[in-house]
Design a protein around this ligand. Structure first.
Ligand code: SF4
Ligand code: SF4
Length: 176
């Protein structure tokens, strides 16, 4: 049996802990056939599951970030594999290793800066009014004075440190 490098062993262990039955995958393809994201992105969840069971290279795979966590695949898998839970766990490991998709990083930085992942603009304000909603949602948009509290919470749980890890890399980038 080939020796697993340290990184691989660590990731495989994390995956095993999060999703003990991922190794039961029989590569039937029901998951990828059920995947709405796969119709529009590079995501092939069947291949990603196979990669996750084999190698820590999955940490650097851009496909990891194309899943919308709709759970279609997990509900239909004939082997009852916790596919999405494994994807989320692998993302968690990746982020702790400083690896994140650039778009996810941008959204996270918006959250840190504005206390909201999607800053509201003129268009959104107008749409909300047309729908009969308040112009501003019940968030820091409406209660701007609470932004500092949100920042304290995000800092306290280490979210800012995760985003600013030394040697951070974008998933799928050349340097990885
Ligand atoms: S549906 Fe389940 S068993 Fe089939 S390829 Fe996907 S993860 Fe593997
Ligand atoms: S949870 Fe992710 S991988 Fe599964 S069907 Fe939805 S988008 Fe595809």
């Amino acid at each position: 049996m080939p020796t697993i490098p340290q990184d691989d062993a660590f990731v495989l262990n994390e995956v095993k802990n999060a999703c003990k039955n991922i190794f039961k995958c029989m590569q039937c393809g029901v998951c990828s056939g059920s995947c709405p994201s796969g119709r529009h992105t590079s995501l092939n969840i069947r291949k990603l599951v196979r990669k996750a069971a084999k190698t820590a290279d999955v940490l650097h795979d851009e496909q990891l970030w194309m899943c919308t966590t709709c759970y279609n695949c997990q509900e239909r898998c004939p082997r009852n594999i916790d596919i999405v839970d494994a994807v989320l766990m692998i993302r968690k490991v990746a982020v702790h290793e400083g690896i994140m998709h650039s778009e996810h990083r941008k959204v996270s930085e918006l959250l840190l800066e504005h206390g909201h992942a999607v800053p509201i603009d003129k268009d959104n304000r107008e749409k909300r009014i047309k729908l009969g909603l308040n112009e501003l949602p019940e968030t820091v948009h409406k209660y701007a004075e609470e932004l500092e509290e949100v920042k304290i919470l995000l800092t306290s749980c280490g979210f800012d440190r995760l985003l600013n890890r030394a040697g951070k890399k974008d998933a799928g980038s050349e340097e990885i």
